[in-house]
Design a protein around this ligand. Structure first.
Ligand SMILES: [Fe+2]
Length: 327
């Protein structure tokens, strides 16, 4: 069943925006504007937004107690594809709600539909972003977006098969490759899923055997791709100088060959700034398997970061926590 949809619907979805809920808006402002180098705007006292390109919004950060990324907004190429997705959701008995006009304008879209996705993440879909001619005022020289979407997200799951099926069936995602990594005595299996030429819009990680998820946040990291190498290295130095904890220093992944570093956001999940990943050419792509997550680098930079890397040892508590799945 998922086969039919994945063949028909591939290459019509991209990550469009994210919604984050945090009590630390001022810290997020410093992090996004002065650290990563994004264009920042307060929409009101309790709402902050970031832009990285012509889209009026890419990040909406609302004051609130979740301290997490709460919604992923996916842009769907056209009305037909949107109707196709709504049809699949209906068949799957997943209830969908149309967002109101105010919430749509906050997200920089003309309209959107929302439903509950894996791990209680709200999945929002839209076709028309609101674009702006207002020049960008940001430290970074630019980000790779367009048909690649705004970046990618990594999620740790105790039921990765269900998550993979979810993204394949609803968004036509295809598996780009897999990595298995041994760490702290457990094996982590990571599956990379693409929805467009970006090597992956989603990475799903799971421990082999006993399934664990020690993370308090729904996502493990969010990634943006900068256009120039120095935008990545300078963001690294700025984040460090501003006192944001570097989870993993600069390194390179063996599959998409992206050079990147990981810094911890004010909400606790990680933010990856990457440069120069390879894009997928559908005619030539061969699925590969790798046995480590980094070809080099990505070393934990201090004690706290190191203990985060070892969180899987404590992940055992999560065995007793249930994880929501719409499938
Ligand atoms: Fe990543």
């Amino acid at each position: 069943m998922s086969h039919v949809f994945s063949t028909d619907s591939f290459n019509f979805a991209e990550l469009g925006y994210v919604v984050i809920e945090s009590n630390y808006l001022e810290r997020w402002l410093v992090f996004g504007r002065d650290g990563i180098g994004l264009h920042a705007e307060y929409l009101s006292e309790d709402m902050l937004s970031f832009r990285i390109d012509q889209h009026a919004r890419r990040f909406l950060i609302k004051k609130g107690t979740s301290e997490d990324l709460t919604s992923l907004g996916f842009r769907i190429k056209d009305e037909n594809s949107l109707q196709n997705i709504l049809g699949i959701l209906k068949k799957r008995n997943i209830s969908v709600k149309k967002g109101n006009g105010f919430d749509a304008s906050l997200r920089g879209v003309d309209a959107f539909w929302e439903f509950s996705g894996p791990k209680g993440l709200k999945i929002e879909i839209f076709t028309q972003p609101i674009l702006t001619e207002t020049p960008l005022n940001m430290l970074s020289q630019g980000f790779v977006t367009e048909q690649f979407g705004m970046g990618h997200v990594a999620i740790v799951s105790k039921q990765p098969e269900k998550l993979i099926e979810f993204w394949q069936e609803i968004f036509g995602a295809r598996i780009s490759d897999r990595i298995e990594q041994r760490m702290s005595g457990v094996i982590l299996d990571i599956t990379f899923l693409r929805m467009n030429p970006r090597h992956h819009s989603l990475a799903i990680a799971a421990t082999r055997g006993l399934r664990m998820d020690p993370l308090p946040t729904r996502i493990q990291h969010l990634n943006l791709e900068v256009k120039n190498l120095e935008d990545m290295t300078q963001a690294y130095h700025r984040c460090k100088e501003l006192g944001f904890e570097i989870a993993h220093g600069i390194g390179q992944h063996p599959n998409d060959l992206e050079l990147s570093f990981y810094v911890i956001t004010p909400s606790g999940f990680e933010f990856e700034v990457g440069w120069n990943p390879i894009a997928v050419n559908e005619n030539e792509w061969k699925q590969n398997k790798y046995n480590r997550i980094s070809a080099w680098g990505h070393e934990p930079e201090n004690a706290t970061a190191f203990s985060r890397w070892n969180e899987f040892a404590r992940g055992f508590l999560s065995l007793f926590r249930s994880e929501y799945s719409p499938f």
